[in-house]
Design a protein around this ligand. Sequence first.
Ligand code: ZN
Ligand code: ZN
Length: 845
Amino acid sequence: MDSLEDDVSYSLDSSELDLASEYDGQSLDESSSEASDDALDLDFEDFEGVEDSEGSDLESVATPEDIAGTSEIDLQVNMADGALENLPCHGDDIAGTSEIDLRVNMADGALEDLPCYEDELGIAIPDGDGLFDGNIYPIGFYQRGIANMDIEAYQRKAYAQATLTQINAVEDTWHLFCTKVFPGGTDYISHLRAIRFEVVYQFLHWHLGQRTGKGGRRKRAMTKRSSLITFWCCFRLFFEGVTTTKIDEFVDRRLMHNALVELGDKFQLTYETRENRSMTLQDLKDQIECTLCTTEKTFGLGELRILAVLFLLLLAPQGSRPTSILMLRFGDIKVLLVRDPTNPDGPPRLVIRLSLEYTKQYLGPKATKHFMIPEIIYDPSLLLSPHVFLLAILYRHRAFETEDLNASPALLNKLRIHPSGNEFPLHLRPDLDNVFIFRRAARSLTGYTISDDPITYNMMGGWIRRIGVLLGFEDNTISYNLRYMAGNNLDQNINISDALRNLIMDHAPQSATFQKNYLNRNVVADLWAIHRNHEPQQALLQQATSHGHSKNSRRPVTLTEAQRQAVLEGSAKYYQLTARLASLGWGAKFRDQRREISLERDSLRKKLCNDEIKRVREAWARTQFADDIERQIRGESFTHESAGPNRDMRPMGTAQQQMFNALTTPLPADIDAIGMRRTKAIEALIAYCTVEEPSTNYLLNAKRKPEPELQGPRKRTRHVQEPESRGEQVDKEQLWRSTFVSTMGKQKVKKCFVCVAKALTLELNDPLFEGLCRDFRTPNTAANHFLRIHANNLDEQDAVDCPICQIPLDDKMHLLNHAEGVHGLKTEKRIFVASAYTYLCTAKN
Ligand SMILES: [Zn+2]
Ligand SMILES: [Zn+2]
């Protein structure tokens, strides 16, 4: 990252935060970085990149289970079911609700072409009972409805957004194919209408053989047969959407079936689908512990780290689809105190009630399901307690309707159920009903705030994957590992019927999906022991077939500096871009050109490094164990260091450490102490919610003083100086003054006054302190940092206080003037450049 700074002085200094977080999330991302670069690169192999989809589990697309099968008919029946179910509902609504409600219920797009009811009111006059000849609509309404009905709208099916995205991508591909194969001919839609088997066959062949995508970028080859089938299914949907006719009337199914087999063989597509290993509970615990403790991955705001854990804990019990958890709103959650029937006079039990909507939209919305999660009172580890994490989020946002209850989680221990009842709901604030629980953080002038936007599936997936890498799992860690865990555990449990399992997993009424995609293909049964009448070694089998079977803390996580250099030097293209940058002059004239080249070089470097770490990890998995064997035969001890570079693990900050300690307090013996333990843990989590985490690179750059690189394993405490010695060096008063032009002189301020203001609120030994007070290379880089990290987060009209001078500033322009006049950050000419750079960065992703 730092080499960039040398090349592009105007803005990259301040881009490090963003680049760092990108890099964090994607350094081992095998799929999405390329796929998202290129809409045409329609790679169905990895559905994780697409919201609400299931990897090799193709439910979301029109069930490609058997091309020659009856899937289409099933779908039709299901559609009809949904439609019929809705009818009586409307009837009920009609009886009880006003006409306006009714219109809202009925319309929803489908009936919008019908004449407006108000028009009708002008003509028809209701009877004394408010009805028109016994109906709530006048008869003219129905007559016009018959005349104006848009039948086509009903022939088009409604698909989930993810499926739509794929259909659109297929359309783009077909368009491109037609322009190449039939140049100057009729448009691509006409070619679609006049479809012939030989054209479709060659279209699929062309798609498989295509190696460049949109904008001439390289496109990855399809490797899995399931991807081809998905592509074909999407093409069928595209065809049906355009022609409202089934493609099979034109392209014989059996013909196509054979064609797909033939094409699959020709392009050597594999039958392998994604591993469907379950996590074990130990894997989950490790994942949670690492999410809470690691300093190798930062989340920006502490609350996001806690949400990342809460997500796992709310998903795990019922193995929900990840999107249904991410879309949870406060209104979908109820917190109850319930009388314990086995101990009616004892303390009430805390129960979370989750209401989950069915997230697959294809077959229409389904009735909401409710899940109860009672707290495990004698829980040996709070790391696995969804209650503690959820309560922390509720308290953090003061979500209880009874305002006094929001004061402290300790109050929960005092509450008892009135003898007249068995249940005691702790209502949440109604204004939060539609607010998402899993929300993104947004940058403000001085730091982060929680925004209204939900965390996306890709974002959460990136976090989970990265933590899995840090833990040393071989395969990508995905939220579906937890869904597999739930499914397989339910399948093994004698208390759960198949019917109930299908309901919980959203597979009802059929078990086929579970059978095909969820049942662990690494068979979790000690078959030989069963045959031989021995006790099966179930625990062993479970570990060996789980996602965590490959866990190894020595597995490389990042490239060493030498590996990184080698891979960059080995790339002619990278060399060429570097040379072009070096040959360019400085100044405004070259600014755009420099920016373009350095962005290109940046993304190339990212790709090269990603490919390389993937290769290194594969090589490690092949050779490390042979090495271990040889060492042991030679009588030597194991190598304990990680095979990658020595990982630079900062110690946890105080709040983080306290949070972890509180969550891992051993289970006390008496019930009051158990309540206290929960309270302490919730309080520690709340405290951590507001902590802003330093970006790894932000810190590294701040520390990258000319001091020589330490040899040998780094000391974990290298960065923490003794508070006393630091206290002597840092004079807060002087620090404060160093942000003013009046004391430093014109063009001399090299600190960011917003960061310094934040530092002044911290303890001297806070790990953030030094990074915040750093001197930038030049006043210009400081100004760019100020714009990108702070000022650009504001809207033009936002009024803020200067965090250093504590004086109110009317709007953004006022702030910029103040920054320049008082704190020496010359922002005038840079606004455009910095925002254009931001734009380019976001556009690139
Ligand atoms: Zn700053
Ligand atoms: Zn000021």
